[in-house]
Design a protein around this ligand. Structure first.
Ligand code: SF4
Ligand code: SF4
Length: 380
């Protein structure tokens, strides 16, 4: 990356930054300094510091996942990119236990309009068909509606990952209509169909608000046959276990939500909890982290590898750094061009991304266990 580009990155990242001072890059590899300069706002946060410790001491030097791929004669490389997943910010109205983003109401990181324009340009150049907006609660990002319109204007299908509760929160009442008008594909978290389990994982009152939001979405056509308005739900286990088979669980969700509340939806995505973030910290505190690692590694399924989402997805952080997936973003394992982390303003690196190696670590066993896992559920 040139000095001009680096200055551009810093300017783009500093407009809406979190508080705190840059802590310096002592002991880090020279090739990482550029990345660290650009993401200094993140580095200042305690959360980020904790993650770096995990990456530095556990994930990268002891990459068993890479060894297992090698044993099977496999390499994980990028194919043509068809999905651009953008983490527009870390602000969220909830603070869920399993949150790998470590989002919450006090997180201030947010994407800038200049970066969005760059991403629109990249999406066009790469021929991306789907833009997947995530957070935090993406709806809380300043300029969110305008950003959606920009991606729709270039013909991209837009998917929004909603925690549902924000759709019934004060000040966000018009978002369901906005989604309908722009034919947004809504992917909504609902970790269980029981009040007890949802509130335990996400906080008191979350289940009730989620049900209200689902009814609101149904009332404008979402999840209804023939409407063309897709409403998919996301399930993840409440503890250190693999999700059950997706088809069976989807059936149970449909029956229970239909019977109890008259709610309809399209597809249930079953997602495995990756051993990172708050979820992994909780396992460590409970002394079950090693057993969970062992479960994921012993459940490795080679057939999942060719379907991994990191192959055809580019994930971009609120400050423009490029990753192979959302999980790598949280671990600060950026996509690299040669030795250098890639920023979205590096148009040459972006144009040549196909064929690059995917950055992996032991957390990747979470995506290859059993039937596999991705942001759109089971892989097989
Ligand atoms: S709703 Fe999603 S982003 Fe917000 S805290 Fe929960 S898991 Fe994290
Ligand atoms: S965590 Fe999953 S999606 Fe991300 S790089 Fe690893 S295998 Fe790929």
């Amino acid at each position: 990356m040139s000095r001009d580009q680096l200055e551009q990155v810093e300017a783009l990242s500093s407009r809406v930054s979190s508080t705190g001072e840059f802590e310096g890059a002592d002991g880090e590899h020279a090739e990482s300094r550029e990345f660290n300069r650009g993401s200094r706002a993140k580095r200042a946060a305690n959360h980020a510091h904790k993650r770096l410790v995990v990456v530095g001491e556990t994930q990268v030097p002891d990459n068993k996942f890479k060894e297992v791929l090698k044993e099977h004669g496999l390499q994980l490389r990028k194919t043509k990119i068809d999905t651009l997943q953008i983490n527009v910010g870390k602000m969220c109205n909830l603070t869920c236990h399993h949150c790998h983003v470590e989002a919450g109401p006090d997180r201030t990181e947010m994407i800038t309009p200049e970066l969005v324009d760059m991403l629109v340009d990249s999406a066009e150049r790469l021929g991306v068909t789907t833009v997947d907006l995530t957070g935090g609660a993406p709806e809380m990002c300043t300029g969110f509606k305008e950003y959606v319109r920009k991606f729709r204007a270039i013909g991209c299908r837009v998917m929004v990952r909603s925690n549902l509760t924000i759709l019934v929160a004060e000040g966000y009442e018009d978002f369901v209509d906005f989604f309908r008008e722009n034919a947004i594909h809504v992917v909504a978290s609902l970790p269980c169909y029981s009040r007890e389990n949802v509130d335990k994982q996400r906080g008191d009152g979350v289940f009730e608000d989620s049900i209200s939001a689902l009814k609101k979405l149904n009332s404008v056509g979402y999840g209804q046959e023939g409407s063309g308005l897709l409403l998919d739900l996301v399930y993840n286990p409440g503890g250190a276990s693999l999700p059950g088979p997706q088809a069976g669980l989807q059936q149970a969700y449909k029956e229970q939500l239909g019977q109890d509340f008259g709610i309809e939806f399209n597809t249930l995505y079953c997602i495995t909890n990756l051993p990172i973030g708050r979820f992994y910290s909780d396992l460590k505190k409970a002394g079950t982290a090693d057993a969970y690692d062992e479960l994921l590694q012993s459940s490795f399924n080679v057939a999942t590898v060719e379907h991994l989402m990191c192959r055809n997805t580019l994930n971009v952080s609120w400050d423009g750094w490029v990753y192979d997936c959302d999980f790598n973003q949280m671990l600060e394992l950026p996509t690299r061009a040669g030795a250098k982390p890639v920023h979205i303003c590096d148009s040459e690196a972006i144009a040549n991304i196909t064929g690059n190696f995917v950055a992996t670590g032991n957390h990747c066993f979470g995506c290859t266990a059993g039937a596999g896992s991705s942001c759109t559920g089971e892989l097989l």
